[in-house]
Every structure is written in structure tokens, then in C-alpha cells.
Design a protein. Structure first.
Length: 435
């Protein structure tokens, strides 16, 4: 994590202070359950909450202890005992470090998911607003980067909306998958701690008990979570790449907002570069790159090892902080995106009717011409547009073979732009509902 690509609320989830507070809550809730079971005195559980709850954990002190113990959880427990006093002997009864670490990680990922879901909601709202604003702004659709047939800019944004709705659904499922708690002791057998303790802690933290933890929560859950983040990042990149293409000088159908006083280049004062969406493309690569190590963490040795630990200490914060920043930045890009409908029409008409070739092809086949012959007739006239800038309609009207099959009125009718946008309302109803 670096400040340049971080937002405070997400960063705070991964702070040392937050982590130690969650560790304390896990231990304290476990003590409550142990007290109810008669394993430890209820007065001890109350003291732990009272003294530990009021404590301000000293990160530097915990680090100091860890330098000697070489164990982070023991260092924390030692520091906690400095606040709690003699009753600290009842803390961590029958538990293992993974019970604390894995359950805390689940809590952090759940909280991070909630922020990311809010980010996606904000992006969806921006996309919906701009989609309706440009529902009827006709533009050229492109395949292979080449003019294909007309669509509308609103339809482009509606596609992005539908894609991010799917992203949201995936994140909801990923959140549910990661929201598990493990308080099962060494190798996950509950030999030294009652399963009711796990159930109590899970309920208090908004998690569900892990069915079989083997001391650690199975890492297929985490792999699924980070894979979902990677897919969301890919959708961020897809929309960012579209905007970058549309901002190219030769296209300039839309561009990022260029604020007063902004500079595009240290050398060339005329430049207005798509720096935000270029940045988003790079950030997406980072988030996507963190999915693979999460998948490699699945194959731990026997009941557990800690080969996953160093990976997760990095990808947990980095992936969620980076994606949080990226989603917020993309929302801002969409909200302020400058759109040029007149340029869209000018670009679409640059090749003088060429985009209507399919309609002429279909009309010829419906008039009795074989598809092979119809394709040949349309293509030979289309090539004149490409090669010498001819007018496609005029070439078709002057082609005796085409005119033998189609009257002039029929040919001219095939150049009606409205034909291509007649189902835009249907698409919008499918994406946004009847409202």
C-alpha cells in the first residue's frame, strides 16, 4: 500500500491497531463462552473485557516483544497480560494462533468487502445516470477497432452497468464464502476447546463456523475471494480501455474531464492525456496479479503450514486497498466524462454510408440473390469507399447488378440510421428494469 493509491477508510481496516483490536475481541468473546461453559471464572471474563477493552495497544511494545519471542500472537498476548493482570492466564485457553489469525483475517476481508460493495454501488449509480443521459446518442460500434454498425453511447454504458452488476453479485458470494470463523484448536479437532466457543465467537463477529478448519480455514475460500477481486479489476480495465480509445485524438468521442490548471505534459502544452484510465489499467493488473498467489496458497502441507501467511499479509491489504481506490477513481471518471455526440456522428459518417452494408446484403438475399453473389456485389462497392473515398449509396445506385435486384427506394431505405437503434429501449429494460 502506498498513500498515492489508498483511501483512509480501507487502509484503517488493515492497520496494526485495528488488527490487534480484532484479536482482542476474538479472545474476549472466546473467554465469555468459556466462562458460560464453566471452564474459566465469569469474573475473569469480565475483567478481561474491562481492562483489555479499555486498553490502547502499543504497537511498538508488541513489536519489541516479538523481536524476542519471534511470534506475533504470543507478543500480543504478553502485552495484553500487562493490562489484564493475573486473569490473563485464562486468555487463549485451548486455542491456537491460527484461531486468532484466520478469524481476524475473515473479519478484515468482510469489512473490506462491505466497502468494495459500496464502491460498486456508487459506480453503478454513475453508469446508470450517464447511460440514460446518452441513451439516444448514436455512435459507431467497432469490432477489431474497425467501424461495424451503429449503436448508442448509452448502450455502451448500459453494458458496463450490467457487467458491474455481475461483479457485485460475485463479490456478495465471495464475501459470504470468506465470512467463516475457526476456533478449533490444534489441528482443528476441538480437543482442548468446546465447539460452542467457536459458535459463540462466530455469532458475535457476524461470521459462520468453519465446518472443518484443520487448525486453519481452508484457503480455497481465500482463492475464490481474490479471484473475484481479479475479475472486478478486469472489468475496471475493460471500461478504462474503452475510454482511452475514445479519447484518442483521431477519435475524440469522449474524454476524461480536464480541470482548470491541469497540465498534460511537461514538454507539450497542448496535451490532454487519459491519465486516470491509464492509471486504472495499471492498478487492475496489480489486483489481478494477486489472485494467482491466493490460488497457490490452497495447497498447504497436511493440516496446516504457514507458507500462505506472508502472501496474505501483503495481498489482503494491497488487493482491497488498490481495488477500493480504483473503483472510486473510475466512478469519478464516469461522473465527469466529457462526451461529444456530434463527433460520434461525424466519425460514423466518415466512410460515407459504409456501415449500412449488412442491410443491403440482406435485402439482396431476400430479393432472390444468392448469399455468395450478394456478398460479392456489396463488397465490390464497399471497397471503392475504402480505396478512393467514394459514396457507398451512390455506388450501389450506379451498380446495374444491384439495381437489377433492388429498386432505388429500397436501397435508400437501407441507409436509415434509426433502424439500428429501434431496440435500445428493450436493452435498457433488460438492464435497468421497467422503471
Amino acid at each position: 500500500m502506498i498513500p498515492r493509491y489508498s483511501r483512509p477508510e480501507m487502509v484503517s481496516i488493515w492497520s496494526q491497531e485495528t488488527k490487534f483490536r480484532i484479536w482482542f475481541e476474538i479472545e474476549a468473546h472466546a473467554c465469555d463462552a468459556l466462562a458460560e461453559l464453566g471452564v474459566i471464572p465469569k469474573e475473569a471474563a469480565e475483567t478481561i473485557w474491562e481492562k483489555g477493552g479499555a486498553a490502547t495497544f502499543d504497537v511498538a511494545r508488541i513489536d519489541e516483544i516479538e523481536r524476542e519471542t519471534k511470534h506475533d500472537v504470543i507478543a500480543f498476548l504478553t502485552h495484553l497480560a500487562e493490562f489484564v493482570g493475573p486473569d490473563s492466564r485464562f486468555i487463549h485457553q485451548g486455542m491456537t494462533s491460527s484461531d486468532v489469525l484466520d478469524t481476524c483475517f475473515s473479519v478484515q476481508l468482510v469489512r473490506a468487502s462491505d466497502l468494495l460493495l459500496a464502491d460498486i454501488d456508487a459506480l453503478l449509480a454513475a453508469l446508470k445516470k450517464r447511460a440514460f443521459e446518452h441513451k439516444d446518442s448514436v455512435t459507431i460500434g467497432r469490432s477489431h477497432g474497425i467501424h461495424a454498425e451503429p449503436t448508442t453511447f448509452g448502450v455502451k454504458l448500459a453494458q458496463a452497468y450490467a457487467e458491474f452488476e455481475r461483479c457485485r453479485e460475485r463479490l456478495v458470494h465471495a464475501r459470504a464464502e470468506i465470512a467463516t470463523c475457526a476456533i478449533s484448536g490444534a489441528v482443528g479437532t476441538f480437543a482442548n476447546i468446546d465447539p460452542k466457543v467457536e459458535e459463540h465467537v462466530a455469532e458475535k463477529l457476524g461470521l459462520t463456523p468453519e465446518p472443518v478448519s484443520t487448525q486453519v480455514i481452508p484457503r480455497d475460500r481465500h482463492a475464490m475471494f481474490f479471484a473475484a477481486l481479479g475479475v472486478i479489476a478486469s472489468s475496471v480495465e475493460r471500461l478504462s480501455t474503452e475510454i482511452r480509445h475514445l479519447q484518442r485524438t483521431e477519435v475524440l468521442e469522449a474524454e476524461e474531464y480536464f480541470s482548470p490548471g491541469q497540465k498534460g505534459s511537461s514538454a507539450m502544452p497542448h496535451k490532454r492525456n487519459p491519465v486516470l484510465t491509464e492509471n486504472l489499467t495499471g492498478l487492475a493488473r496489480l489486483v489481478r496479479g494477486m489472485a494467482l498467489p491466493a490460488m497457490e496458497n490452497v495447497a498447504l502441507w497436511h493440516e496446516r503450514d504457514i507458507s500462505h501467511s506472508s502472501v496474505e499479509r501483503m495481498i489482503g491489504p494491497d488487493a482491497t486497498v488498490t481495488l477500493d481506490f480504483a473503483l472510486a477513481r473510475l466512478t469519478g471518471v464516469i461522473e465527469k466524462l466529457v462526451v461529444y455526440p456530434d463527433t460520434m456522428l461525424a466519425n460514423m459518417n466518415k466512410f460515407r454510408g459504409l456501415i449500412h452494408s449488412q442491410r443491403v446484403l440482406l435485402a439482396l438475399t431476400q430479393a432472390g440473390v444468392s448469399r455468395e453473389d450478394a456478398y460479392r456485389l456489396v463488397q465490390r462497392n464497399a471497397m471503392k469507399v475504402w480505396e478512393r473515398g467514394a459514396d457507398f449509396l451512390e455506388e450501389l445506385l450506379g451498380d446495374e447488378d444491384v439495381r437489377a435486384a433492388l429498386p432505388e427506394a429500397t436501397i435508400r431505405e437501407k441507409f436509415d440510421l434509426g433502424y439500428h437503434t429501434k431496440h435500445v429501449d428493450t436493452i435498457f429494460r433488460r438492464v435497468f428494469g421497467e422503471a
